[in-house]
Design a protein around this ligand. Structure first.
Ligand code: ATR
Length: 288
């Protein structure tokens, strides 16, 4: 790609950003479509976020992704919030629309697309979500209106309770909540249709950990893993063995990126190219 005076810049801001796979994914897509865009990652500390956003405006940077720990703090600095972000209370994508910064959240839509792609029909099913952090929140808000029953289980029960409360207040959706004891997991997973791991359990370097005992898995329970490093977590390996339908963590990363890409460019994203770029960037990162 020839960088010129007309090249548009999209960038990730957050801390840390060095190991992000987003630059590889988006630059591969820009290149494939011959779009005059480039994607970089900028480490921005929380206390310098205000300056960074002023810089985005002054430099007329076209689009941003926002990651930890800035997804909530960035909200008051924006000019407009799309419904996808205002409901969840977090922003992961910004579009500079003629000088106005508009905040979106594509994590929730990305999760829906990942599930749809795997042909998981959410209509009326029972879903158990492990976790109550940022990722769990985005996913829970997107699927809550569709599912029949939702259970939020988190190590810190108060956070699950707060999320359940917010779902009811903002969407009018009821969710039960609880902790992560074996007894609770056993009881809730017995008749569940889908379990989503939105905790960091299973992530490198603790890759031999899983929150689900293999005997709770089976062909009637689909498993959506949000951890993508490694892609084949212990949970996913156990789930495949048990005959469960599985959706891996790269799917969410991919589909949230696909949604961001269309917001910035208005062009249909090359999904396969983006998935391949993610896979090879992850391989390179694991080798290094
Ligand atoms: P993210 O943005 O990826 O969701 P986060 O907001 O820091 O990250 O949330 C991390 C989630 O993983 C939380 O639900 C956290 O549980 P707590 O709320 O109790 O901290 C969960 N988590 C992290 N380590 C865990 C562990 N060892 N066992 C169980 N849950 C864990």
């Amino acid at each position: 790609m020839e960088i010129s005076g007309k090249t548009k810049l999209c960038a990730l801001i957050g801390d840390p950003v060095e190991h992000s796979l987003s630059p590889a994914m988006h630059n591969a897509a820009f290149k494939h479509l011959g779009l005059n865009y480039v994607y970089l990652a900028f480490k921005v500390e929380r206390e310098r976020l205000k300056e960074a956003i002023a810089g985005v405006k002054a430099l007329k940077i076209h689009g941003l992704n926002v990651t930890k720990p800035l997804k909530i703090d960035v909200i008051p600095l924006l000019d407009e919030l799309h419904e996808s972000a205002s409901k969840v209370g977090a922003v992961n994508t910004i579009l500079n629309r003629d000088g106005k910064l508009v905040g979106y959240n594509t994590d929730g839509l990305g999760a829906l697309k990942a599930l749809e792609n795997a042909e998981v029909d959410l209509n009326g099913i029972k879903v158990v979500i492990f976790g109550a952090g940022g990722a769990a929140r985005a996913v829970a808000f997107s699927i809550a209106p569709k599912v029949g029953e939702m259970v939020l289980l988190n190590r810190t029960v108060e956070k699950a309770e707060r999320l359940a409360h917010d779902l009811e207040e903002k969407l009018g959706c009821k969710a039960r909540f609880g902790g992560l004891s074996e007894e609770v997991k056993r009881r809730e997973l017995r008749d569940a249709d889908l379990v989503i791991n939105a905790t960091s359990v299973g992530m490198r370097p603790n890759k031999n950990l899983s929150l689900v005992n293999p005997d709770l898995l089976g062909p009637d329970l689909a498993v959506f893993e949000l951890v993508y490093n490694p892609v084949e977590t212990k949970l996913l390996k156990d789930a495949r063995k048990a005959g469960s339908k599985v959706i891996d963590g790269l799917s969410l990363l991919l589909h949230q990126g696909v949604e961001s890409f269309s917001i910035w460019t208005g062009v249909k994203p090359p999904i396969e190219v983006m998935r391949k770029a993610l896979e090879s960037a992850l391989e390179d990162a694991s080798d290094g």
